[in-house]
Design a protein around this ligand. Structure first.
Ligand SMILES: Cc1cc2nc3c(=O)[nH]c(=O)nc-3n(C[C@H](O)[C@H](O)[C@H](O)COP(=O)(O)OP(=O)(O)OC[C@H]3O[C@@H](n4cnc5c(N)ncnc54)[C@H](O)[C@@H]3O)c2cc1C
Length: 385
């Protein structure tokens, strides 16, 4: 079996690489081609998740570039596809803000009762040995780069939940750990959207859909996904589970990288007083602190990682960016003192004191009441502009 070999360079952990990606965004090309695996997607998500850029910074930069490129100096229209996609991220955080821990359980019943679904992700999926090329390719790419195109994530989640009858939560936890951009709201709520526990129908795809949007190595004719939508719908809405649904696996599988609750590098443990009055750079605000923030300390919070393990790649990725902005980095086993300040990212909600820290900058005004769907959220935030 192959093991994952050394690190990616495509999503380099540096603010200059992040800036290069931001400057490379072509919003009109994006709108035309974003569903294709080789389309003009931005690959900004690891930088956004880790707070290298806030969403308003991303949009301001893209709008300035569009105005400069447009012969009449026009910016993107407020309902442009690129802005709409950024809004999805903000919508999932809106739902998280209202539901709290509720996002980790099904928001409502899906196509089948919860007891239909297994709670453990099978090894042939984890090891890219299903024999369904689209799935095996996606698993390999996830492990070797820490990134997956949105369409590949949707295919993977749909296969896991509807064809293999594995509970969305098992798939979401696994994928979260391996992604460089793993974001609990975007990840777990999108798995729910695919599963039909956060939307009103299961998301399904077939071999024809893969052929239209993916390179040939992913094409999956002759496997279980080479079926009509009616047949797939029938499987999704029945107790049928496909144990060995692919063609015979062609290549060797791939070893799943370990997921680690502690950093794979040495860090001093924070002692009493270390964080007093400090500005904390944590994995969700990996950007230069504003001037005059006082002492700056990089910090990884044990309380978060004891619950949510990361791949070695992600630990090292976050560390490299943290080092750009801090001279001192610590592992924090307790909670930060009230005098420490930071950005109150929701991933650290349970670690920070209530009200401690600055809010995460948002693209849109808070719509107040919980929106029941993305379209309701999108309508409300557009009206409020
Ligand atoms: C099963 C599944 C799991 C996912 N898990 C995550 C996750 O852990 N972290 C994460 O950031 N996104 C997640 N997404 C959403 C989406 O797939 C990624 O944000 C996107 O693929 C990242 O690549 P990109 O930066 O090239 O995106 P682009 O298509 O270039 O989009 C630009 C930015 O818009 C936002 N965005 C675009 N599409 C979505 C979307 N559907 N939902 C939320 N935000 C979006 C992201 O911030 C993204 O960086 C998931 C989607 C699915 C289907």
């Amino acid at each position: 079996m192959n093991t994952v070999v050394e690190p990616l360079t495509v999503l380099e952990p540096s603010s200059s690489a992040a800036l290069g990606r931001l400057q490379a965004v072509r919003a009109h090309d994006y709108a035309r081609s974003r569903n294709h695996l080789e389309g003009a997607v931005t690959r900004l998500s690891p930088y956004i998740t880790h707070g290298v850029f806030t969403l308003p910074q991303v949009l301001d930069s893209v709008q300035a570039a569009e105005r400069a490129r447009d012969s009449k100096g026009r910016a993107l229209a407020p309902d442009h596809k690129f802005i709409n996609e950024l809004a999805w991220r903000e919508y999932f955080h809106h739902v998280w803000q209202h539901e709290g821990k509720g996002i980790f359980a099904s928001l409502h019943e899906g196509p089948m009762p919860e007891s239909t679904y297994a709670r453990v992700l099978p090894d042939d999926i984890r090891q890219a040995r299903t024999g369904v090329p689209v799935i095996d390719e996606a698993v390999r790419e996830l492990y070797t780069t820490g990134y997956l195109h949105n369409h590949a994530r949707m295919w993977m989640a749909s296969y896991v939940v509807h064809l293999r009858k594995v509970h969305w939560r098992a798939g979401a936890d696994w994928m979260y750990g391996h992604l460089l951009d793993g974001d609990l709201a975007s990840n777990h709520l999108t798995w729910q959207w695919v599963a039909g526990t956060g939307s009103h129908k299961p998301y399904l795809f077939n071999a024809g859909n893969v052929e239209k949007f993916a390179p040939s190595a992913w094409h999956s004719r002759g496997s279980v996904v080479d079926a009509s939508y009616e047949a797939l719908e029938d499987i999704a809405r029945s107790g049928k589970r496909l144990e060995r649904p692919g063609r015979a696996p062609e290549g060797a599988g791939i070893e799943e990288p370990a997921l680690l609750q502690r950093p794979p590098f040495e860090l001093p443990t924070a002692r009493a007083g270390d964080l007093d009055g400090a500005w904390l750079v944590h994995p969700w605000n990996l950007r230069a602190p504003d001037a005059a923030q006082g002492p700056v300390v990089g910090v990884f919070a044990a309380a978060f990682h004891s619950r949510w393990a990361w791949s070695e790649r992600r630990w090292r990725w976050a560390l490299a960016l943290m080092r750009e902005h801090t001279d001192r980095i610590v592992w924090c086993e307790g909670t930060p003192p009230p005098s420490a300040r930071t950005v109150a990212d929701p991933h650290l909600r349970a670690w920070l004191l209530p009200g401690q820290g600055e809010p995460v900058p948002r693209l849109f005004a808070d719509p107040g009441r919980r929106c029941r769907s993305f379209s309701q959220f999108w309508t409300r935030v557009q009206e409020a502009r």
